[in-house]
Design a protein around this ligand. Sequence first.
Ligand code: NAP
Length: 293
Amino acid sequence: MQLLDGKAISAQIKSEIKIEVENWISAGGKKPHLAAILVGEDGASETYVASKIRSCEEIGFTSTLLRFGPETTEAELLEAVESLNKNSDVDGFIVQLPLPKHISENTIMEAVDSSKDVDGFHPINVGRMCKGLPAYISATPFGILEMLIRAGIETSGKHCVVIGRSQIVGLPMSILMQRNEYPGNCTVTITHSKTKNLKEICQTADILIVALGRPEFVTADYIKDGAVVIDVGITRVKDASKKSGFAIKGDVNFADVAPKSSFITPVPGGVGLMTICGLLTNTLKAARKEIYK
Ligand code: NAP
């Protein structure tokens, strides 16, 4: 079993981006600028945004955090989005999800200018990705592809099973793994809560990508010998022994599954750290106008 170490791979990618930023600026380019909108007081969202802002500082981006209270209306948020769309100093921005229930996430996502949509959630970017056109690929799938590339994992002709069909992970992942390039060319099965015989399907997976949000759901009996196991899950579980009062759990029971796998991602220290790299890469592409001229 080999560990797909998100900490080491993401540190490597960040140092590469930092060098690219330096080169870009010394060639006369503008310092890339990522803005983030945070609505409400969700603890996990606070942590994710803080980590994104910290990463921007590490690699030489400008970052801006715009905070809005939990009572913010959809109209007010749309105004903030429009203002970032028009702000020529901001290359890309994200609206941290989840949003409070009274705000439609789809309405907000669609209001983001697709050329600044560095989360890759806008229908134009999703559609371009499906067609194989240059697009901002959403950050978590991007991070997973990068892990496969850097570990040199063969994907062509493999059976890839994806658990979960969410807009931000499962669905784009299934599309990316079947495209006619590396990493890709898999035969993909996408599964969800209505799938019958999930365990039997997973047992046929050469590559299993797990994103359902149920801690330690996947156990060794789901796994074919030598499978590549990518655990996307991040759930906070109460744990009195931790200073924070909670532990982070993945969707895979690591201790049980690791001995059967060829490669496996840990949680924490796996896909989560790679996600930020996707966002930073997209922001650099936005600053260099690589996708939209
Ligand atoms: P989501 O939107 O809640 O989607 C969960 C998916 O799992 C749905 O498609 C659901 O099926 C399916 N599902 C639920 N229970 C199932 C079951 N028993 N059997 C088979 N499928 C089942 O979740 P998400 O946003 O994709 O997130 C999934 C997990 O990844 C969460 O733990 C989240 O925190 C984590 N995450 C991590 C990162 C990262 O950076 N590492 C990024 C995003 C998300 P239906 O469609 O039928 O409901």
